[in-house]
Ligand binder design. Sequence first.
Ligand SMILES: [Zn+2]
Length: 173
Amino acid sequence: MTAPPPVPAHLSDRPLSGGLVVPWITPATTGGVYLFGNLAATSQHRCLHERRCQICGRALPGEAVLFARTSDLRTRCTSEPASCPPCAAYSAGACPMLSGARSTYRTSTHPALAGVPADPQRRLRQGAPAERWYAVHVQQYDVIPHPSRPDNLAASWQRIPPVRIEAVPVAGR
Ligand SMILES: [Zn+2]
């Protein structure tokens, strides 16, 4: 484990957990436990529809970054809401999934979620090797029902071509 990256000034008002900024979208239990890797549906919808950054919760500037897995590139959409460029730069180094610090998906659900039915997609991914991540830079995105999970919303760049797509560098490689 390397030391967590410094917290950017614009995120200094966010709570920290293990030295990492807790994203605006990350749900917390009533006991104050943050459930990293889980999207709170109401916050997800607010981020997507109100064009908010999922990390700082502020309105997105002109350009935004959507983090996408290889499989998301095929459908040209992701259920992960966008991040503003400064938050995206921080996340690429800080988020254990994005930075490659965690090489597989969580093998079990969070203890605080015990008894909560698991999302079938998530269950499928448990213990599977992590996919490569890409930063999709967009000026705009459409909010659509996710093509393979229609009960879920997604940010789509199918209609509006992205500015650029870059692979997220894997730490230590
Ligand atoms: Zn942000």
